[in-house]
Design a protein around this ligand. Sequence first.
Ligand code: ADP
Ligand code: ZN
Length: 529
Amino acid sequence: SGFDTGPETSGALDALRRVFGYDAFREGQAGIIDHVVAGGDALVLMPTGGGKSLCYQIPSLVRKGVGVVISPLIALMQDQVDALRALGVRAGFLNSTQDLDERRVVEAEFVAGEIDLLYLAPERLRVPATIDLLDRGSIALFAIDEAHCVSQWGHDFRPDYLMLSGLHERWPDVPRIALTATATEATRAEIASRLNLESARHFVASFDRPNIQYRIEPKSDPKRQLLHLLRTEHAGDAGIVYCLSRNSVEKHAAFLSDNGIEALPYHAGLDASVRAANQSRFLREDGLVIVATIAFGMGIDKPDVRFVAHLDLPKSVEGYYQETGRAGRDGLPSTAWLAYGLQDVVNLRKMIESGEGDLAHRRRMSLHLDAMLALCETVECRRVQLLNYFGQTAEPCGNCDTCLAPPETWDATVPAQKVLSTIVRLDRERNQKFGAGQVVDILLGKKNAKVIQHDHDSLSVFGIGTDLRDVEWRGVIRQMLAQGLMAVTGEYGVLVQTEASADVLRGQRKVMMRREPERAIAKAAKAAK
Ligand code: ADP
Ligand code: ZN
């Protein structure tokens, strides 16, 4: 290929063939490798599975000295080093899981130049002894993996990463390569500025994963929806099912197993040995399903994951992209499927509000969620939306759910006004705030216990919404939240007005919504009975 000329002269192609046993570089790799081998700094954006590792591994082999790789994935270091050693590459790692003796051995190898790659956990740099150690060896390059962790705007900030800015000051002649599989333009700019990589060359690969079919549907009866997907489209396939909570992981793993689909749980609450065993079975055996929290998957390299299913809404588009990106690394057709509902929005808002961090942090999390909701509710091509989010353009793909079955839209201005009127009445006339459930019951004119207790049947809005069913109202509320026409807040997930609410109430803003497929509505209605 046209990429071969440069690397040939640098010995990179030779290393690719001889050490890694591959014939040719993938798109983008050769240019990056050439640049770093020649001593240049690089900022690399490449989707999961694109082949980032070789971009620093090969330069580490070709250049004089040891390649120092900073990675937050401590749990994977042993595996990564073992995999390299199996190829005959001399590699070691330093992190907090080792005892002093183990560490001493690796340190001695580093100083003596007896290894080509040293994986280093970022928190090691907090220890002055580590800096002294690095001074005593010869460094080929610094590779900063998962570089988005330096960004406070991103979705996975790690304070230890801020120390990495010091590398350049201390070792100005050592080339640096920062790599990430997820970064919006704003995050990319922040990575560059925090790591002093403004004058580095930026290599931005396409984020498109054409073999992944993106599908997002309303959550009605999630267990049945999942089972249907696996039985009709992915029988016998390996896949990942993501859930938000440990409890939900356990529940769904058991549910799948009860229904004849071999599924293993994975979450941080499990014993480390169980976790390791389940992970290694998933990697080695065919056709296993792993049901996991997002703790699972970072750095996992299983090429034939045929589907990634989300039973809960991811907190950000970055997270969604990263998690779905674990499907189809072999390039074969794969499914990214997500079911989400009103409760997801309420839960995540609650988590953000009660979560750690200052106000600015919570606001950022909230913006991340907004972007995720916009992706869910879009009537445009999912792929176009997704790539736009990462600053890339695309044509409608013809392969996602919205391309295959373009959703109808409907004018939901009046229903939106009814919802907002109810909120306003409760607030102004009763000085009360309620969650979606009570608002829907008031609209439907249901005399539930709370309605009677609070005399809500005397509100003028009581029973004005019998033209829609319960599930349809929940869909309306969900889409209103996604569009920012109102907000959900507080411990009880109460609905409140936003700036946009007034425009809708005054009739100055038309509200268009995506029509929910009748099949999903009917199912949800049945499940609710
Ligand atoms: P990333 O870190 O970008 O997610 P990896 O570096 O783990 O991706 O690479 C993904 C997979 O692709 C790995 O199995 C890797 O060995 C393989 N790979 C990388 N580069 C090449 C290449 N030039 N030819 C063939 N396979 C490659
Ligand atoms: Zn599409």
